[in-house]
Design a protein around this ligand. Structure first.
Ligand code: BDR
Ligand code: CA
Length: 311
């Protein structure tokens, strides 16, 4: 199984990502680290612990990372994810504690110990990943790939130009895209097509296990914010789970190798990912950028992963 480390800010879609990642024998999660983003760092950490408690995975080491972006104040998305960061379902209280260790030390330890190169899966702002890369250059060769949710080749969702995760910490994102490590970018171009519809939520509700029930309730809440007609959605975009879906079934996606730069200074474009889709700059590609997916195949995969919790 492919060794992975999830760096997340749960967050409804992050939580679903965790559920998918732990459902499959194809992936071997070595650790979960948490970033500040959708909510404050204390809450995203607590939410990761609550989700792993639900999944009966108190054996997984969990550690919290940076409490704020590299050079800016933290912006949170409580308008999307609520007061707790995971509003909606009744989640269990954590049955275990996070490590005293910092997220960076935990990542380093796990990457160092792993026989095979490790895939990092950030689904929040990239602060922890940037700090990890900066602090442990000797471990770069042991990172297989960074599969991240963030950015957009088209329009943003937090500003007209920027997607939330990149907007929160553009300096960190800039460091990650310049790192030379292979990157898969699951940006809004694909995640806005990864919509889960009301009938899909009902299908999930029929799966008879507590994990699927929790996911259905997470989705009930997550739907609310996305129902605003300004978005033009039918359902809700499942951003973060695209990372896991791509790892499990890349054939569901279409992708292009592109150079991606991060705007850290623009007057209107701070946090924008500039995606050179037509190779206009002549700069070598630094990311596999996902543009499209088979939505029905994506939903079927989610159902398959959730059904695995029946036993
Ligand atoms: C991203 O922002 C967060 O609200 C979601 O968890 C996702 O990672 C989408 O822009
Ligand atoms: Ca997230």
């Amino acid at each position: 199984a492919r060794p992975i480390i999830l760096d997340c800010d749960p967050g409804h879609d992050d939580a679903i990502s965790l559920v998918l990642a732990f459902s499959s024998g194809q992936l071997n999660p070595l650790a979960v680290t948490t970033s500040a983003g959708n909510q404050t760092p204390d809450k995203t950490l607590n939410n990761a612990l609550r989700m792993l408690t639900l999944l009966n995975r108190s054996d997984i080491p969990v550690a919290s990372g940076a409490i704020k972006p590299l050079a800016r104040e933290l912006i949170i998305a409580d308008n999307v994810h609520g007061e707790s960061g995971l509003d909606g379902p009744q989640l269990p209280e954590p049955s275990f504690a996070a490590l005293e260790q910092n997220a960076l030390e935990l990542m380093a330890e796990k990457v160092r110990q792993s026989k095979d190169p490790v895939t990092l899966i950030p689904s929040g702002p990239l602060t922890n990943i940037a700090l990890f890369l900066a602090n442990y250059p000797e471990l770069h060769s042991k990172i297989e790939r960074i599969v991240l949710m963030g950015g957009a080749a088209g329009v943003g969702n937090w500003t007209p130009a920027a997607e939330f995760n990149i907007f929160v910490d553009p300096e960190a994102a800039d460091m990650v895209f310049k790192s030379g490590i292979p990157i898969t970018m699951c940006g809004l171009d694909v995640t806005h097509k990864a919509q889960i519809m009301d009938e899909d939520v009902e299908r999930i509700r029929q799966i008879p296990n507590p994990v699927a029930q929790c996911v259905a309730e997470l989705l009930d809440f997550f739907m609310i914010y996305h129902r605003d007609p300004k978005w033009g959605f039918i359902g809700a975009p499942l951003h973060d789970p695209c990372t896991i879906a791509w790892l499990l079934k890349p054939e569901l996606f279409s992708a292009q190798e592109c150079w991606v730069g991060v705007e850290t200074k623009g007057e209107y474009t701070q946090g924008m990912t500039v995606v050179d889709r037509y190779h206009l700059t002549g700069k070598p590609a630094n990311a596999t950028v996902l543009f499209d997916l088979d939505r029905q195949g994506f939903v079927d995969l989610i159902v398959e992963c959730l059904t695995a919790y029946n036993q």
